[in-house]
Design a protein around this ligand. Structure first.
Ligand code: ZN
Length: 142
């Protein structure tokens, strides 16, 4: 059995880190999820999905670390071609990734105590993002 829902998220632009854990949990309840897996897929090349401990220090450290990995002002071929100022955003999206799978037990995301699922915006302007949430289970666990 596969059930699909879309989650729309509006971001404020670069380095906006949005905790979507509760929204994904609510979607799973709406879908009647019990035992299975939730696959999340973000349709984007300039934002990402990851898991973080949602506390102020790390929410500052994470963008700082990415600035060292893919600096905003480094030379990028994408800038020469498009000049849209977001080559570093594309790099960060590719490095972090746009999908994840989380076990679902008793209808809830089986996250560790300090784990939050976040959508991290890397683009240089506010964007509307779509996360496809699919709950997958065998028919015997429905
Ligand atoms: Zn671009």
């Amino acid at each position: 059995m596969i059930r699909t829902e879309k989650l729309e998220v509006r971001t404020k632009g670069e380095n906006d880190i949005i905790n979507i854990t509760q929204k994904v949990d609510s979607i799973l309840q709406k879908l009647g999820a019990k035992e299975g897996i939730a696959n999340l897929f973000l349709q984007s090349t300039t934002s990402a999905l990851t898991i973080i401990e949602y506390e102020e220090g790390l929410l500052t450290d994470f963008p700082r670390t990415l600035e060292r990995l893919a600096p905003k002002n480094a030379p990028y071929e994408h800038e020469k071609a498009w000049g849209d100022g977001n080559a570093h955003s594309h790099m960060r999206s590719s490095l972090i990734g746009v999908s994840m799978t989380v076990p679902v037990i008793d209808g809830r995301l089986a996250l560790g105590q300090w784990q939050s699922i976040v959508l991290t915006e890397f683009d240089v302007r506010p964007r509307k993002r779509t996360v496809i949430v699919q709950f997958v289970s065998s028919s015997s666990t429905e």
